[in-house]
Design a protein around this ligand. Structure first.
Ligand SMILES: CC(C)(COP(=O)(O)OP(=O)(O)OC[C@H]1O[C@@H](n2cnc3c(N)ncnc32)[C@H](O)[C@@H]1OP(=O)(O)O)[C@@H](O)C(=O)NCCC(=O)NCCS
Length: 332
């Protein structure tokens, strides 16, 4: 069974309520209908019900069983606005601003998740990553014990000898442009948790990547990865984690054995931590476009799961992201 078939099977075991703020967007409406058909989650569409239904009729999607909430005339809006005001007044948000913000489906959806009225949120068919991430960071915040929200890509590679039966977790490829050593340590620990939750990798092997393996090169950039490895060991002493190491030393057993003797991770890593966003984002695209891997993105480290789509996403991309979000919500 491929990774997404496994994720979908898990999602069906405990149905979660996932809010879709872009409720009148055609692909989102089609995806919501498919999610119900496949029994993956209970989707909630936000928007003007007349427009949502008009879109559904136009694209031939059956949304008769799906709840639609209009943030502009919701009975919960006042409560959400008051809570949002309480959360953000120290940052300068006034009561009037909070009232206006919850009329925006993105903020309304984030507030539903915050208040426990949805288990997770998926958006991004229209909005940018920042449009969703900023309110999620401000309102939902990080999981207890974590300081950094980041992302992982689940890379399903054609070469099944790599990682966990061809599955590799890459992190961070979306969120933190230039992490400090401490932030990199938190990213590594979150990625290991993602590997367990979404990929069924019971014993993640985490490699912190660099252009140097075990001191083969000297540079401030290498020192940062060494420091991140030390901090991550302190934060998660039981996790199989090692660094700094080169990509090939992390993945290829013979190279790992020769360049990082005695490492429990080198040559067998299934979670790869990139030193910054440029490396991570470029790395996942190379694996996808040149290496022929399927790539699935999730955010990690948030107190409740919210996930982003690419604006070029397909209906199936939305369906799979909702399934991933539902499985993340099951683990809380
Ligand atoms: C994530 C991102 C949107 C944050 O935006 P920002 O405008 O810089 O946000 P701010 O620095 O004003 O922070 C907003 C809040 O989020 C918090 N925050 C920001 N990044 C965070 C992170 N990675 N983890 C946890 N909290 C974070 C801040 O502490 C702040 O909290 P506060 O308002 O309660 O004090 C920004 O880092 C970003 O644009 N990242 C790259 C995204 C991108 O373009 N990726 C490529 C897509 S493929």
């Amino acid at each position: 069974m491929g990774i997404m078939a496994e994720v979908k099977a898990k999602a069906r075991l405990d149905i979660k309520r996932i809010v879709l703020p872009e409720g009148d967007e055609p692909r989102t409406v089609q995806a919501a209908a498919a999610i119900v058909r496949e029994k993956l989650a209970c989707p909630v569409l936000l928007g003007d019900p007349a427009r949502v239904k008009e879109t559904a009729a136009r694209v031939g999607a059956d949304i008769s069983a799906i709840e639609i909430i209009n943030p502009l005339d919701s009975q919960k809006a006042a409560e959400y606005a008051w809570t949002l005001y309480g959360l953000r007044k120290a940052k300068g948000v006034t009561e009037e601003q909070a009232t206006r913000l919850v009329e925006d489906p993105m903020y309304y959806g984030i507030m539903m998740v915050k208040m426990g009225e949805a288990d997770g949120l998926v958006s991004g068919a229209v909005h940018t990553t920042g449009d969703m991430l900023r309110p999620a960071l401000q309102i939902i915040k990080t999981k207890p014990g974590n300081k950094v929200v980041s992302s992982s890509f689940l890379m399903d590679c054609p070469n099944k000898s790599l990682g966990h039966n061809g599955l590799l977790v890459y992190s961070d490829c979306v969120v933190v442009p230039c992490p400090t050593a401490e932030e990199l340590a938190y990213i590594a620990i979150s990625a290991a948790e993602t590997a367990r939750t979404l990929c069924g990798i019971e014993e993640p092997k985490v490699a912190l990547l660099s252009f140097s393996t075990k001191g083969s090169a000297k540079h401030d950039l290498v020192t940062k990865v060494q420091e991140a490895t030390r901090i991550a060991h302190e934060l998660a002493p039981d996790l199989a984690l090692d660094g700094e190491m080169q990509f090939d030393a992390a993945l290829i057993p013979e190279i790992g054995a020769s360049k990082a003797k005695g490492s429990a991770v080198a040559g067998h890593a299934n979670v790869l931590i990139f030193p910054d966003l440029q490396a991570g984002n470029i790395g996942y695209k190379i694996t996808q476009r040149v290496g022929g891997a399927e790539a699935y993105a999730v955010l990690q480290g948030l107190a409740k799961p919210c996930n982003d789509l690419s604006r070029g996403c397909s209906v199936e991309d939305i369906v799979t992201t909702v399934a991933l979000t539902a499985v993340q919500a099951q683990s809380l």
